[in-house]
Design a protein around this ligand. Structure first.
Ligand SMILES: Nc1nc2c(c(=O)[nH]1)N[C@H]1C(S)=C(S)[C@@H](COP(=O)(O)O)O[C@H]1N2
Ligand SMILES: [Mo]
Length: 396
């Protein structure tokens, strides 16, 4: 058991040091040469350097602006700041959409085809809901070093907008209307057929974490369906057609629902522990099928497991923050987390997936052989070496 005494041990005492002297040497004027600092829109500290990075897979000429990864290792809590929200646009820049000229069309198998300006949408009832988005391609590759590489295609925001159910009620879906096809305004008209029943839980979102959507997240409007694969959350949404079958448009891909997943973000790959002693292990857990019920953490490579503390709020289809106190004795070890959701899904080991699919462990780790019913969600190990360095330990 980790005790208060363990925790106190690493804190260096500051007896005899004048608090005032310490303070003045650290205080400099905030960097007001930063144009944002003078614009009426807040700028972060120059010492806060967390950034999105390219996922490396895009053929866009400014890859870092097209398909990017969230720096999970730099986040605390459960909300992703919009400028750090990963983004997927299949190689395209966000279209520049003037909200005053924007129109959303709803047509197809409806009693009343409707169109809405953004201002009209904002007159309708709204909800706000905290939910994560995870890309179907959120699985690790052997060259990955940090948790940003291995798990950075997931983020969590408070989304605000009109419930899909309200819009469907307004236009009167005909009995044979069982699907919707959502189309975005980007270069290749990204579109996705979604079963109406699952879309009814969605939001036509114009707000993200208290502000309008960022361009990369779909400004001025996207559909956000909690728990759906990322691909379904069509950005720059301008058209919804109610249909009686999926359309399978050229940009479409089949997406499978996500199950439960977790990852330790501290300590994680590329980080450096500052000697033996007390640490608070921290991580994120989420499920596309419910709320997180428990997260167990192992600090000995999976031999023994301890229940982590779940930080409130623990929400349905949203990221949950977990933590566990740990005293590192300085020896080499492996850290793992294993989440369980309230629908009874549990994160599998690669061995379990391999057995279930009748495929080699290597093939399932590399996502070459995939499960029919869920995306890649295996227990993920970090190796802590005696020098305090932390490494991906999946491939050994
Ligand atoms: N219009 C449009 N919507 C889109 C995409 C796109 O390329 N175009 N990418 C989808 C994919 S694959 C994912 S994973 C999510 C990612 O949402 P984000 O970019 O806000 O993180 O958006 C989805 N919506
Ligand atoms: Mo995606």
């Amino acid at each position: 058991m980790t005790t208060l005494k363990d925790r106190r041990r690493f804190l260096k005492t500051s007896a005899g040091v004048s608090l005032l002297a310490g303070a003045t040497s650290a205080v400099k004027a905030h960097d007001t040469t930063n144009p944002l600092a003078r614009s009426g829109y807040g700028a972060r500290s120059q010492y806060d350097t967390a950034v999105r990075i390219s996922d490396g897979g895009s053929n866009c000429s400014f890859a870092s602006d097209c398909n990017t990864l969230t720096p999970l290792q730099d986040l605390v809590g459960i909300i992703t700041p919009p400028p750090l929200h990963f983004n997927s646009a299949h190689g395209a820049f966000p279209p520049d959409i003037n909200p005053d000229e924007f129109t959303l069309y709803i047509h197809g198998l409806v009693e009343r085809p409707l169109k809405f300006s953004l201002a009209e949408l904002k007159r309708l009832p709204f909800i706000s809901r905290i939910a994560h988005i995870e890309c179907e391609a959120n699985y690790p590759a052997e060259s990955d070093i940090t948790v940003q590489h291995t798990h950075g295609k997931v983020s969590c925001s408070e989304w605000t907008g009109v419930p899909v159910s309200v819009i469907m009620e307004e236009c009167g879906v005909k009995p044979e209307g069982t699907w919707i096809v959502c189309e975005g305004m980007d270069r290749d008209l990204h579109s996705k057929s979604i079963p109406l029943a699952s879309a009814m839980d969605g939001i036509l979102a114009y707000g993200q974490n208290g502000a309008p959507l960022m361009p990369h997240q779909g400004f001025p409007l996207r559909i956000m369906i909690p728990g759906a694969g990322g691909f379904s959350n069509v950005k720059w949404l301008h058209r919804i057609k109610v249909t009686d079958e999926p359309y399978l448009t050229p940009s479409e891909r089949f997406s499978k629902p996500f199950s439960v997943k977790s990852v330790i973000t501290y300590p994680s790959g590329g980080q450096q522990l500052d000697g033996r002693g007390y640490y608070t292990i921290s991580g994120m857990a989420w499920s596309g099928r419910g709320a997180i019920k428990t997260v167990d953490v192992s600090t000995d490579g999976g031999n023994t497991w301890q229940p982590a503390r779940l930080e409130e709020p623990v929400l349905d289809k949203a990221i949950t923050r977990f933590s566990l106190p740990w005293v590192w004795d300085g020896s080499e070890t492996v850290l793992k987390s294993r989440a369980l959701d309230d629908a009874g899904n549990i994160q599998p080991t690669p061995e379990e997936v391999s057995e279930k699919l009748g495929a080699s462990i290597d093939d399932v780790k590399r996502n070459r052989v995939r499960s029919q019913d869920t995306q890649w969600n295996m227990i993920f190990p970090w190796r802590v070496k005696t020098d305090g360095s932390v490494h991906v330990d999946l491939w050994t």
